[in-house]
Design a protein around this ligand. Structure first.
Ligand code: GLA
Ligand code: ZN
Length: 682
């Protein structure tokens, strides 16, 4: 198994490189990622390429049997480039030109930037195609994590117009799709179509959703140009890309994954640990983030990145290695916590892990983002811990790395819905991603595996499908969901589903639109909840004791064929249906008309899961995560203690510790932040 670090030899004197390589090997690291921000050294002036320093670094690593992934360095345009070609600089949504000085300051549509990116990629590819220890490539770096994310420059405007022409064929079709008759926006030639820069009022939602799709495609076609070169020049190397925050993205990662050999992810639990103290603090509705929630969100990220490529194992290209921080620090990872986090990735489908970064830099914007080694380069606690981890990963590795994960539950993630709701959230605190996480949460805490999949995924293998806020529904997706239920599946659809068509227009039939017949009900009224209290009373006997407050939203439902599972208790629609269940074919389709509080939603979803025969892997104390990889005859079980205290876990059968090979008892004890990998005893 590949296990290693992200390394920046260019940040250190060459005399140190052999010592770095020696320490890496001694720790058991066998792979490094190099070069993804080194453009200004690799091409110090336009058309002059210098690879000798990188060759020497690769040679020194090779002497210690360390293999290499190379990043194409296009995430950081050098100063000569942005000075000579200022038109490559992106324009933000407020029409602000983003200047140089940071990174990722380029427009994905810029013809000049694309030409120069192709050229450095080509030169690197040719130079390293035969390098014996280079095994693969990372295209660029975190394509979607820039400031501003989406670009609104004139080059993007021209590319957007071309993209629209290709998609709609005629202006008549486009005008019809967007409803440009509203506010006198009927376009009579393509160059009239704007990018959604600040306007006299809100832009047309159809234009906005297409702009988001176009920007995703712009990054895709930019990446595709590098990919084509690498495929041609380096056919024996893999090509991947490291995704920053899966699914909360300007890029549709399902599309991206389909082009690459596998997807990679960057994981920083420290980012989540301090979230409530930063400008992103509202993400969980301003709630303080507990360690269990950090673990849960990281698990969601892994399940998402795995789902982006139909369940195939992924690489963690950057795994936290120390206190995270640019201007402020995350807490120091506790003893064994880095190991725990690495195991969490492995448990949820990682095939390889590289830690970010090897040694903490003494300069630059990330001098406080800590690596395995501290600023002074001295190996200490974190080095020793990852050395232990590397030994274990190498022992477990090869059999485990490509082993799949099996889940009975699929959670849909729709980029169209995410983007449409970002454009018109309906309620200021309604976030598609956090609706998704909300449905994921009870399954995570109950140790029930979940796959996160695209709405057009093959659902036939699942028992239960969750579709929170499936805002945009196409006839194809409606058919798939209907077939899934007909064949015996349980489908749970959340409020604000089926509202929009693919052009981001509100549907003309009663909500939830194309899903209304399947769900056996109609939404007759809706109410955005702000300060007014609302709650539901369950009619399901097993939920009678549940206190279920409502938040964000309340749809008032009129069943056609469905039965009522819960009714509102307050305000003018007290007594009216809030949650319904419709029998359809062999299965059941449930509509959740309101945003239940965490406890209510969890109890409800787990009750439905239980009825469908979806059960936890095993019951474990709070803060202990249990995950499983493999199929019946090749199973690995992971028990991960995310708490600082001792926890004991009862096992459902006879198990062997995968590392020691020794049988374990019916109950195991885990110290704080400890991990156990178990295999069923034969
Ligand atoms: C991201 C980037 C890295 C580095 C880390 C830490 O994931 O890919 O280059 O910036 O964050 O901030
Ligand atoms: Zn642009």
């Amino acid at each position: 198994m590949h296990y290693g670090v992200d390394y920046y030899p260019e940040h250190w004197p060459e005399e140190r490189w052999p010592e770095d390589a020696r320490l890496m090997t001694e720790a058991g690291f066998n792979i490094v990622r190099l070069g993804e921000f080194a453009w200004s050294l690799l091409e110090p002036q336009e058309g002059t390429f210098v690879f000798d320093w990188l060759d020497r670094a690769i040679d020194i690593l090779a002497e210690q049997d360390i293999q290499v992934i190379l990043g194409t360095p296009t995430a950081a345009p050098p100063p000569w480039l942005t000075t000579r070609y200022p038109e490559v600089l992106p324009v933000g949504p407020e029409e602000e030109r983003i200047g140089p000085g940071g990174r990722r300051h380029y427009c994905p549509s810029s013809p000049v930037y694309r030409r120069l990116s192709r050229r450095i990629t080509q030169e690197m590819a040719v130079h390293y195609a035969q390098a014996p220890t280079v095994i693969g490539w990372q295209i660029d770096n975190e394509l979607s994590l820039s400031n501003p994310g989406r670009c609104y420059c004139p080059a993007c405007q021209r590319a957007f117009q071309d993209w629209l022409r290709e998609r709609y064929g005629s202006l008549e079709a486009l005008n019809e799709a967007w409803g440009t008759v509203f506010w006198s926006q009927v376009y009579t030639n393509w160059p009239q179509i704007p990018t959604p820069l600040p306007a006299g009022a809100d832009h047309n939602p159809g234009l906005l959703l297409d702009y988001y799709r176009f920007q995703s495609d712009a990054y895709m076609s930019y990446a595709q140009e590098q990919l084509d070169i690498l495929r041609e020049v380096c056919p024996d190397h893999f090509v991947t890309h490291n995704v920053a925050l899966p699914l909360m993205d300007v890029i549709n990662n399902f599309n991206l994954a389909s082009k690459l050999d596998f997807l990679a992810q960057d994981t920083y639990p420290g980012f989540w640990q301090i979230l409530s103290h930063t400008e992103f603090g509202e993400a969980f509705g301003g709630r303080p983030i507990t360690p269990e929630m950090v673990a849960m969100v990281c698990a969601w990220g892994y399940d998402a990145i795995r789902g982006n490529k139909q369940g195939e194992p992924f690489w963690v290209m950057e795994q936290q290695a120390g206190p995270a921080g640019q201007r402020i620090f995350s807490p120091a990872p506790r003893p064994n916590q880095l190991r725990l986090w690495a195991y969490q990735a492995l448990a949820r489908g990682a095939r390889a892990i590289t830690h970010f970064r090897w040694r903490t830099c003494t300069f630059g914007a990330e001098e406080y983002w800590h690596g395995v080694l501290d600023h002074d380069g001295v190996p200490r606690r974190r080095y020793e811990e990852l050395k232990t981890t590397a030994g274990e990963m190498n022992a477990l590795g090869d059999d485990l790395a490509m082993t799949p994960i099996q889940a009975d539950v699929a959670l849909l993630f729709s980029y169209d819905s995410a983007w449409a709701l970002a454009i018109q959230p309906c309620h200021p605190r309604l976030s598609y991603a956090f609706q998704n996480i909300g449905y994921y949460t009870p399954f995570y805490y109950a140790n029930i595996p979940v796959d996160i999949v695209a709405p057009d995924a093959d659902l036939s293998g699942y028992k239960m499908v969750l579709a929170p806020a499936l805002h945009v529904v196409t006839p194809d997706v409606a058919d798939r969901l209907s077939n899934f239920v007909r064949e015996g599946g349980t489908l749970v659809v959340g409020f604000r589903s089926g509202v929009k068509d693919k052009y981001n227009r509100v549907v003309t039939n009663p909500l939830p639109g194309l899903l209304a017949e399947l769900l056996g009900m109609e939404v007759t009224e809706y109410d955005a909840l702000y300060d007014q209290p609302q709650a539901v009373r369950f009619l399901m006997p097993e939920l009678e004791d549940v206190k279920a407050d409502c938040e964000l939203w309340a749809d008032v439902l009129q069943p056609t064929t469905a039965e009522v599972l819960a009714r509102y208790t307050m305000d003018y629609y007290a007594g009216r249906p809030a949650i319904t269940l419709n029998c359809w074919g062999q299965g059941q389709a449930i509509y959740m008309g309101t945003g239940l509080s965490e406890e209510g939603l969890g109890r409800m979803l787990l009750a439905l899961a239980g009825q469908r025969g979806v059960t936890p892997l095993l019951g474990a104390p709070e803060g202990v995560e249990v995950a499983r990889r493999g199929t019946a005859d090749t199973e690995w079980w992971f028990v991960l203690n995310h708490t600082s205290g001792q926890r004991s876990v009862d096992l459902p059968g006879a198990f062997v510790d995968a590392l020691s090979g020794r049988a374990v008892g019916a109950s195991i004890q885990l110290d704080g932040y400890d991990v156990r990998v178990l295999r069923p005893a034969q």
